[in-house]
Design a protein around this ligand. Structure first.
Ligand code: DQA
Length: 203
C-alpha cells in the first residue's frame, strides 16, 4: 500500500477481499490507481460479483409459429430454423459463461405460466412473443408480475412492418428490445441481458 500525491491510498493489482453483503458472499476489489499509467483513477473500492458464484441461468422463450422458422415466410424471417438459432445462442452462452434453457409454445397460457414460474429459477428471460407481442396484455402482465428481467426479441424489424405489428404490448414490461437483426437479434438480446444482470450484481 502506498500513497499518491493527493494522499489517496494506492493499491497495485486489484487486491481482493471476501465480505458478506446482505447475506450473500461478494468480493470487494481495491482498484484505486491500478491504471495510473493511463491516468485513470477508479473509486477506492468497488463491488463485483463473486467469481465463485453459481452460473447465471437464462430462459429463452419463443411464441407461436416460431417452430416453423426456416420454411415460414423466409423472405421475412430468413432460412435459419429455431434449432439453428438455439445452436447460435448456445455458442454465445458458452462465451458469456451462462447457461440457457429453451422453450417454444403456441399457447399463450403456457407462456404466461412459464414466465410466472421463472422468478427464482431463472436470472433473466430472452423472449420472442411472436404475434402475441401485438395482442397479449396477459403476457405483458406476466412479465411485469414475475419481475424476471426480460429482453424482447424479434427477427424482423417490427417498427418497419404493417401498422398492426408496430405496437408491442409486451415491450413496456421489458428492460429492452432487439428487433430486425434476424437470428442475431437473439444473441444481441442475450448479451444485453447478461450485461444488465452483471451490472446489477447477479451471477
Ligand atoms: C416476430 C414478429 C411478429 O410480428 C410476428 O408475428 C412473428 C415473428 C419476429 O420475430 O420478427 O411471429 O416476432
Amino acid at each position: 500500500m502506498r500513497r499518491g500525491g493527493d494522499g489517496r491510498r494506492k493499491t497495485e493489482n486489484g487486491r481482493r477481499k471476501k465480505k458478506k453483503v446482505k447475506g450473500q458472499e461478494r468480493w470487494l476489489f481495491d482498484l484505486a490507481w491500478t491504471d495510473r499509467e493511463v491516468g485513470v483513477c477508479y473509486p477506492m473500492r468497488t463491488t463485483g460479483p463473486n467469481p465463485d458464484s453459481r452460473v447465471m441461468k437464462i430462459l429463452v422463450l419463443n411464441g407461436p409459429n416460431l417452430q416453423l422458422l426456416g420454411r415460414r415466410e423466409p423472405e421475412i424471417y430468413g432460412r435459419t430454423t429455431l434449432a439453428g438459432i438455439r445452436k447460435l445462442m448456445e455458442a454465445r452462452a458458452r462465451t458469456l459463461k451462462v447457461s440457457l434453457e429453451f422453450m417454444q409454445s403456441n399457447s399463450e397460457g403456457d407462456l404466461v405460466t412459464a414466465i410466472g414460474e421463472s422468478a427464482g429459477r431463472f436470472d433473466g428471460l430472452v423472449f420472442n412473443p411472436a404475434a402475441y407481442t401485438h395482442t397479449s396484455l396477459a403476457l405483458r402482465d406476466a412479465i411485469a408480475g414475475a419481475g424476471t428481467p426480460c429482453v424482447e426479441v424479434h427477427l424482423s424489424q417490427i417498427a418497419a412492418r404493417e401498422e398492426i405489428r408496430r405496437t408491442s404490448l409486451t415491450a413496456p414490461a421489458c428492460i429492452g428490445q432487439v428487433s430486425g437483426f434476424g437470428p442475431d437479434s437473439y444473441g444481441l438480446a442475450l448479451e444485453g441481458l447478461v450485461g444488465y444482470l452483471r451490472r446489477a450484481g447477479k451471477g
